[in-house]
Structure formats: structure tokens, C-alpha cells
Design a protein around this ligand. Structure first.
Ligand SMILES: Nc1ncnc2c1ncn2[C@@H]1O[C@H](COP(=O)(O)OP(=O)(O)OP(=O)(O)O)[C@@H](O)[C@H]1O
Ligand SMILES: [Mg+2]
Length: 259
């Protein structure tokens, strides 16, 4: 009997902003596509930075993941494709999710508000090898939906004091979610924007590795993403290209044990 294929769903999340979540999702996706995997991104951040990162203008997004979550569209209706990646985009409308769910509290239109994304992913999980979710740094309904829909999580972190604190906050959030019965696996912590010519970053990176060395649940990846202007340029030009981000290709190979 042929096995039914189902995607791995990976949230890239951190309770800290500006740590490279969107850059990681974008480059992992084009990296996976370059290796021949069917890959999708779902943007669960109302900032809508995935559209921006793939060069898609706001005016060219009519329906978004928000419309799917509230039952006004199917995933197939909102799908776009750029650079080989299937994109399920977001914009500021996603900010309305909590208020619409609350407004329908009494009529039970949304009986399971934390599982809206998981249900939406049910429509597409046989179509992809990997589905990556870009999340916002807040602990809101969108992030809750993202984590409860995921098989795995990757936590990007700068090797700096406050950013490392964001790693612990994110791990604690995952622990709370596991208490609700979700089987989310922490794939690991990805050091990002590393300036390895500074003492601070080298010391903090060592401390990060040491503090998780004894923890069987959380690994710090061998691959590190250095700070490099080419990442910012790719994002602001909306031109992702794995050839300009080879460290992310090493990263996807490390994460998914691809030779
Ligand atoms: N390795 C890197 N080197 C230099 N700049 C980077 C790198 N990764 C990301 N950037 C830039 O840093 C900024 C923040 O990155 P990014 O948007 O990926 O973070 P984020 O965690 O998604 O932020 P937010 O929490 O706002 O969603 C962006 O301008 C991005 O282009
Ligand atoms: Mg982002």
C-alpha cells in the first residue's frame, strides 16, 4: 500500500522581534526548493513580510490566510507561487483575528479558535514536503495557532543577552502548549546575525551552546548565520536566492539530515 504523504510543518518562532525569523523562513524555503522539495510558506504575521521578501506587492494580495482562517476562502484560492515556493500570504487584516473570534464567542462560529490554522493546513498537507510558518514575536492567537499546527519549531536567536532571553520565553511557551496535548518538537536554536569578529558574540554563542549542552530537548545547531548585508538586500529587493545565502543551504541539510 502506498503511504499517504504528509508535510512536515515547521514554525520559525521567537518571542523576540527582529531575530531573523522571516529571513530564516524565506531562505530555508528557497533552499529546500533548490534540493527538489515541494515547499510552502504560510505567513502568520500581520506585518506581511513574506510577501515583501518574495517581491509581491501588497495590491496583488486580494485574499489572505486571514480569509481562510475565518472560513471565507480555501487555501487553494489564496495560493501564490514565487521562486518555486507556494505562498499563503498575510497582511494587516490578520490583526482582526482575535476580535472576530471573540465577536462570535456566543454563536460558536469558531468552536476551536486555537486550531483554525491546523484545520486550514489539513487542506494542503498532502501537497507539500515541507510547510514553513513565519510567526510574529507576540504571544497572540496567531502564534498559538501556528504552534498548535506545527510538528516542529526552530528558534532563531542573536547571541546577545536579551535575545537569548527570548529563547527561554519561547521554550516556555512550547512547554505550555505541550500541556494542551500538542506534540511539538523543538528542532533547535539557530544562531543568527552572528558577528564572529566580536568578543561579545563569541562569548555569548559559547554560553548558549553550554547552557543547552545538557538539555536533551533543545539543540543549538552547528550552522550559524553570520550578519551580512546581502541578507538585508535580498529581503528589501524581494529577490531571495539560495546562491547568495549558502549558509542556509547548509542549515536545511543539517536540520533535515539531507546529505
Ligand atoms: N543574517 C543577517 N545579516 C544581516 N541582516 C539580516 C540577517 N538576517 C536578517 N537580516 C535583516 O534584519 C532585519 C530583521 O530580520 P527579519 O525580518 O528576518 O527578523 P524577524 O525576526 O522576522 O523580525 P520580526 O520579529 O519583526 O518579524 C531585516 O531587515 C533583515 O533583512
Ligand atoms: Mg518577521
Amino acid at each position: 500500500m502506498k503511504a499517504i504523504k504528509t508535510a512536515r510543518v515547521i514554525a520559525v518562532a521567537s518571542q523576540k522581534g527582529g531575530v531573523g525569523k522571516t529571513a530564516t523562513v524565506t531562505n530555508m524555503a528557497v533552499g529546500l526548493v533548490s534540493l527538489g522539495y515541494k515547499t510552502a510558506i504560510i505567513d502568520m504575521d500581520a506585518q506581511g513580510h513574506i510577501a515583501f521578501s518574495f517581491g509581491i506587492k501588497k495590491n496583488n494580495i486580494k485574499k489572505t490566510i486571514y480569509d481562510v482562517l475565518i472560513g471565507k476562502a480555501k487555501m487553494s484560492e489564496i495560493k501564490q507561487n514565487a521562486f518555486g515556493v507556494d505562498l499563503y500570504l498575510a497582511n494587516t487584516s490578520l490583526n482582526d483575528l482575535t476580535s472576530i473570534v471573540m465577536a462570535h464567542y456566543n454563536d460558536k462560529r469558531f468552536p476551536a479558535p486555537n486550531y483554525l490554522l491546523k484545520n486550514a493546513i489539513g487542506q494542503i498537507k498532502a501537497l507539500h514536503d515541507y510547510i514553513l510558518i513565519d510567526t510574529s514575536p507576540s504571544n497572540d492567537l496567531q502564534t498559538m495557532n501556528s504552534l498548535l499546527a506545527s510538528t516542529d519549531i526552530i528558534i532563531p536567536a542573536l547571541p546577545e543577552g536579551l535575545a537569548i532571553d527570548g529563547v527561554y520565553d519561547t521554550i516556555n511557551l512550547v512547554k505550555r502548549i505541550r500541556e494542551q496535548g500538542a506534540k511539538i518538537n523543538i528542532l533547535g536554536v539557530l544562531p543568527t546575525m552572528v558577528q564572529d569578529y566580536t568578543n561579545l558574540h563569541n562569548v555569548m554563542l559559547q554560553n548558549l551552546r553550554k547552557s543547552f549542552a545538557e538539555n536533551p530537548d533543545v539543540k543549538v545547531f552547528d550552522t550559524v548565520i553570520k550578519r551580512a548585508i546581502r541578507h538585508g538586500i535580498a529581503q528589501s529587493n524581494g529577490l531571495p536566492n539560495i546562491k547568495n545565502a549558502p549558509e542556509y543551504l547548509s542549515f536545511v541539510k543539517e536540520v533535515f539530515s539531507i546529505a
